[in-house]
Ligand binder design. Structure first.
Ligand code: ZN
Ligand code: ZN
Ligand code: FE
Length: 760
């Protein structure tokens, strides 16, 4: 008989880990205890050494489905003479922390119970168990126990308590456990009056949606705005009230069979749709479908998700005569953060929603739905939030404790501590006071639950970003070092970290992006770097063109097209689409602006380059959401076209003049938009391959990193990866974090960390 002390770190809390240990220990007849601490899980047992070893093997080889073990240590101690095995009280250790589980969609067992009339939780909208339900969104503090969550407000009834304390039960120590007797409930509110509750609330909510009304529905990480996605008038009303002209809405359907009525799913896409994280999956629209054209106008793709809370399932249950597909979009006014408290929702959404389907389980952390596409069988992130955050990225070596505040659009921030980088959920565009406040609150919350006190800060080189200003202010107040990091260098480093790249040798980075402050003060974005965490060299870049009106040019691709033609010394023929779109007066002003360099910062942006092409080809002249011109250009590419357009290269400059001149000829000859769009995409790929080969020849580097927002373009990504691999390159694209600015904070952490510790 010997004693053993076992310490486990990783995602081991809120995922049924202690019950799992309890059952395993019982199976091996080991005596002792298990407890949560703010560092992880600690076990002490008495038993034969061989038995304890077998217990340990099982422990690490088959943990519960949501658990993620990072590290196990086992140390021999003298036996304590335990007579039972117990789960004992959690312990808070000052300064220690543990990675936390994201929120997980309702599991199959709970779903079965919820639709079983003999079950006490029959049709109960808050059913959950150790394998599913809310986690991160209800957590106020660590260790993760019920009193530290928003479920503290609901004392367990005898029935729930029985399950909670029964080691054989699948709700053994499930912190959010609840039932109709003791747990939260739902109600429907119209004009700030409750008009129905429980099942009645569901019935009336369905009725309102059927009548074309807009409902605000409280979910897991915030409210959604919902309406019948097949009802043109309802979708139109929602667009008008939400002030969102064309930006696509996501939809929700009951199950995969229903999803296939609206989208074309590959097996891999179906698997992602049905995964336990239940993200919004962007898929090809079904050619014949009943969705209103206003759900995703100008888009070949549509974002579809499945119900992830019991409430969503009850609402969409096909038993009822009810719209089978709902628009489910984040409840906010244009770019504000998602509403998440009942009072906040009523205050901000009363002009948008005709009714509120409410509940009284408080959301502590607001978090949006994640958005992905499938690439080569795996998730490719557009937005990383619910279901994924705050799962950390594992670092190659223990890191200094840092905070990186990210960029401005699609902001996320990142904290590093020990072997972890905690990349936050999607915060949003830091361009209004509400989002800035949500950013500051989230930083405070993450620093608290992960017990982080940053020793240094990192921010973008752009002095005007609100995130940079926050970091500057804080660095000054707290006397902390501040690392200012070039935007595209951060993109490169983010992709390296995403691959756990440790080789240290520089790579080729094709960093294609909308915007980013360059070291020369220009707006960069069409960049070929040679670099790594330690630094970068700008090997090639897209030729500078004036960006008329600075940031405002992003809203008018027509002006970008003419600026590009002007830079290439090509004429503004009346017949081309951008000239047709702009008035004579506007064109005269623009020409004067360009000739006299009035408010025309220089840019090498690949995003603006796509905008210009989209306008010249006649796809889009003005936009009302980010990247709309490029998205619509991508959408029309025909796979039949093999042609391309030429670039010329002088020194380190990629000059697109020959491309524009060839494209103008195609326009004059009346070549179809679909063919020109495809030729343009091929031209970018050809250029990427050619430049990569040039760099390989000169420096013997064979790895190409693809990062930056432009790589959300699937046509470009697919084609470029294929051609680069064919040319013998190792290609790294993003795997776990977004290729857009949602990944920048991780890159900032890596670069700052390298400057401090020289980790390769
Ligand atoms: Zn469950
Ligand atoms: Zn109960
Ligand atoms: Fe970027």
């Amino acid at each position: 008989m010997a004693g053993r002390k076992i310490e486990i770190t990783g995602i081991v809390q809120g995922v049924g880990f202690r019950p799992f240990v309890f059952n395993l220990a019982s199976r091996y007849q080991l005596k002792g205890w298990v407890k949560n601490t703010s560092k992880g899980v600690i076990i002490e047992v008495d038993g034969e050494n061989t038995v304890v070893d077998a217990f340990l093997r099982d422990l690490s080889s088959s943990p519960p489905p949501l658990a993620h073990i990072d590290h196990i240590t086992s140390q021999e101690i003298s036996p304590n003479g335990y007579t039972t095995f117990q789960i004992i009280e959690s312990e808070s250790i000052a300064g220690e922390f543990v990675p936390l589980s994201p929120d997980i969609a309702i599991c199959d067992d709970c779903r079965r119970e919820m639709f079983d009339p003999s079950n006490p939780r029959y049709r109960y909208p808050f059913i959950n168990c150790t394998n599913c339900g809310p986690r991160f969104t209800i957590l106020r503090d660590i260790p993760y126990d019920r009193p530290a969550t928003t479920m503290a407000d609901f004392p367990l009834c005898t029935y729930c308590k029985g399950e909670y304390n029964d080691p054989a039960n699948r709700r053994f120590h499930a912190q959010p456990v609840a039932c109709p007797t003791c747990g939260p409930h739902i109600w429907l509110e119209v004009d700030q009056k409750e008009i129905a509750s429980h099942e009645g609330a569901l019935q009336q909510a369905r009725q309102m949606l059927k009548e074309g009304k807009v409902l605000a529905i409280k979910g897991l990480g915030g409210f959604h705005l919902a309406c019948d996605a097949c009802n043109e008038q309802a979708v139109q009303t929602l667009r008008e009230r939400k002030r969102r002209t064309d930006k696509p809405f996501a939809v929700m359907v009951f199950d995969a069979a229903h999803a296939e009525r609206y989208g074309e799913f590959s097996a891999a896409e179906l698997a992602l749709l049905e995964s336990k994280e239940k993200p919004i999956v962007l898929v090809q629209k079904k050619r014949q479908n009943r969705l209103s054209g206003l759900v995703a106008p100008g888009n070949e793709r549509v974002g579809i998700m499945l119900p992830y809370t019991p409430l969503h399932l009850l609402l969409l249950e096909p038993e009822f005569d009810f719209p089978e597909v709902l628009v489910m979009t984040s409840a906010n006014l244009s770019e504000e953060p998602i509403a998440y408290t009942n009072t906040d929702a009523v205050a901000r959404l009363s002009e948008i929603a005709d009714g509120f389907l409410m509940h009284n389980r408080e959301i502590h952390v607001r978090i949006d739905d994640s958005v992905i596409t499938e690439f080569q069988g795996k998730a490719y992130f557009a937005r990383r939030a619910r279901g994924f955050a705050p799962q950390p990225v594992l670092l190659p070596a223990p890191a200094p404790t840092l905070l990186a505040v990210g960029a401005e659009l699609k902001n996320t921030f990142c904290l590093s501590k020990d072997r972890y980088a905690f990349l936050s959920h999607h915060i949003g565009d830091l361009q209004n006071a509400e989002t800035l406040q949500s950013f500051e609150e989230a930083i405070q919350h993450y620093e608290n639950i992960f017990r982080v006190k940053p020793q240094a800060l990192a921010c973008d080189l752009h002095p005007d970003y609100l995130s940079s200003q926050y970091a500057q202010g804080r660095a000054r107040r707290q006397e902390l070092p501040l690392f200012k990091i070039q935007h595209h260098h951060a993109h490169l480093a983010a992709c390296l970290a995403d691959h756990d790249y440790r080789a240290g040798q520089p790579v080729i980075g094709a960093i294609f992006d909308g915007t980013g402050f360059g070291t020369d003060g220009a707006i960069w974005g069409g960049e070929f770097f040679v670099g790594n965490y330690a630094g970068f060299e700008r090997a090639f870049h897209l030729a500078y063109v004036p960006q008329p009106g600075g940031d405002t040019a992003t809203r008018t691709p027509a002006k970008m097209a003419l600026a590009h033609l002007w830079s290439a010394n090509l004429p503004w023929m009346d017949a081309i689409a951008p000239c047709q779109h702009l008035t004579e007066e506007e064109k005269n002003v623009l020409r004067r602006q360009l000739e006299q360099s009035i408010n025309t910062p220089l840019t090498s942006s690949m995003g603006r380059f796509f905008d210009a092409a989209s306008a010249l080809i006649g796809v889009r002249q003005t936009i009302n959401y980010e990247a709309q011109a490029a998205i619509e250009l991508e959408a029309i590419c025909t796979p039949d076209e093999q042609g391309t357009y030429p670039f010329s290269i002088h020194d380190d400059i990629l000059d697109p003049a020959p491309l524009w001149s060839a494209m103008l000829q195609d326009v004059q000859m009346g070549l179809s938009k679909e063919r020109m769009a495809a030729k343009f995409h091929h031209a970018i790929t050809d250029m990427v391959v050619e430049i990569s080969k040039t760099i390989r020849q000169e420096r013997a580097i064979n790895t190409v990193v693809l990062s930056g927002g432009v790589w959300q373009n699937k046509v470009l990504l697919t084609h470029s990866v294929a051609c680069l691999e064919k040319a013998g390159f190792t290609v790294l694209w993003h795997q776990h974090i977004p290729t857009n600015d949602g990944g920048v904070a991780l890159g900032q952490i890596m670069i700052a960390m390298h400057s401090m510790t020289k980790i390769k």
